[in-house]
Design a protein around this ligand. Structure first.
Ligand code: DI6
Ligand code: FE
Length: 403
């Protein structure tokens, strides 16, 4: 028996119309997949006697995908927030051993259960805004034991809630204190062997890195990418966030699914990304928190046809943001994305940034993961600030928020 969602405005995000909008639309769902989408007046005879579900004229979009988060971490960095407000910069705090390294200390000290318990309410905040797929990175362990613990905690989150979790190994995130001044030795002796161990345990869906003057050079990241390539794991990269290091060009040479942050990326980088089908992941939460002024080259991304995703970058330091809706709003206000680009950024293009061909748009054959919003037009989703109009969240063809 199929379920027929009817009396809906459907933003399929497919086809040539803005938002792929179908007014007075309907969706047929069966076996966890979308079987049919179209005008209510054209529902195929086949579905005539199937289970109807009245959407009450509400808007249906693909469920949201948060394609870049650091949801698993110990402690928090509210004190660093205070320090920054007194004038210290993110880079100064990092160089003085705070920043990412202070979270490393707290993450090493936490048990797997504690990491899971701490992450659950953050993940629930994403779920409350219609997220059904979330990417979660390691990178606050920087030793084998803690990196594996973080990845296992991420996998465990998927057992605790109806959500799909995918994981990125981010061993090349920062240089741990025990390797201070010796990033190369850290890459060779810890990062790469840990990646191999984590991959052998089925814990790694993507390999990520932080290519930055306060982290790793493009050459160092390349050594990690070579191992990812041998393992057959796709790569993505935090590149050109605080300065231009050539990480984006490197990422494109390895066919990266995405280059993330990219505030300091150039037009040349944008053309390379277009050629390698690399998505630009726009992270306005970090731009906002760090009071960055350099904007990503959005015009160049448009000119070369680089798809843009939008994500929270949820993390305890540079982006304590747990709202994809607010990330959409910020992407519009800071970077002049259109509300349609912002919505594509948390659905279709976020799916592409994760290499997930099964979701992100509402077309037959895709996963029946969708969100039903109490709004009349999709532009309202990016427009409102601090307001959540989610009415229902469906994952694998089941309503997870209906009682
Ligand atoms: N860039 C970021 O924005 C996060 N990691 C990274 O490489 C920040 C992580 C943190 O400050 O804890
Ligand atoms: Fe990040």
């Amino acid at each position: 028996m199929a379920t027929i969602i009817r009396n809906a405005t459907v933003a399929t995000l497919a086809g040539n119309q803005p938002y792929g909008l179908i007014k007075q639309g309907a969706i047929a769902v069966q076996g966890g997949k979308i079987q049919w989408v179209g005008k209510e007046s054209a529902i195929p005879e086949l579905y005539a006697n199937h289970h109807p579900c009245d959407a009450g004229g509400k808007l249906v979009t693909p469920a949201l995908i948060d394609c870049h988060t650091h949801l698993i971490f110990g402690g928090n960095r509210a004190q660093e927030f205070e320090q920054r407000l007194l004038g210290a910069s993110y880079e100064e705090i990092a160089r003085a051993g705070g920043g990412i390294l202070s979270t490393v200390t707290q993450t090493r000290a936490a048990s797997l259960d504690e990491l899971v318990s701490a992450a659950l309410p953050r993940m629930d905040a994403l779920i409350a805004e219609g997220v059904t797929t979330v990417e979660i990175k390691s990178g606050y362990g920087l030793d084998e034991h803690t990196e594996l613990k973080m990845l296992r905690a991420a996998r465990e989150l998927a057992n605790r809630r109806p959500i799909r979790v995918v994981t990125s190994f981010l061993g090349a995130h920062a240089i741990p204190p025990e390797f201070k001044g010796n990033a190369d030795a850290y890459i060779d002796r810890v990062c790469i062997p840990t990646l191999q161990r984590a991959a052998a345990n089925g814990l790694v869906d993507y390999v990520d890195g932080f290519c930055e003057n306060i982290a790793f050079s493009a050459n160092q990241i390349e050594r990690v990418f070579k191992v990812a390539q041998e393992l057959g794991i796709p790569v993505k990269l935090h590149s050109e966030q605080l300065s231009h290091q050539g990480g984006t060009a490197l990422a494109t040479r390895y066919g990266a699914l995405s280059a993330d942050h990219v505030e300091y990326a150039t037009e040349e980088d944008a053309s390379l990304m277009a050629a390698s089908n690399t998505v630009a992941v726009i992270l306005p939460g970090a731009f906002y928190t760090l009071t960055e002024t350099r904007e990503p080259p959005i015009e160049a991304f448009r000119k070369y046809g680089v798809p843009m995703a939008v994500a929270t970058d949820a993390n305890p330091g540079s982006s304590p943001l747990f709202s994809p809706l607010l990330a959409m709003n910020m992407a519009c206000t800071f970077f002049w994305l259109t509300p349609e680009e912002a919505l594509l950024g948390v659905t279709k293009h976020a799916a592409q940034a994760l290499g997930l061909a099964d979701s992100g748009v509402l077309t037959p054959g895709r996963r029946a993961d969708f969100a039903i919003w109490d709004v009349s037009h999709p532009a309202e989703l990016a427009y409102m600030i601090g307001f959540n109009p989610l009415s229902e969240r469906w994952i694998n063809g089941e309503c997870s928020s209906c009682s």
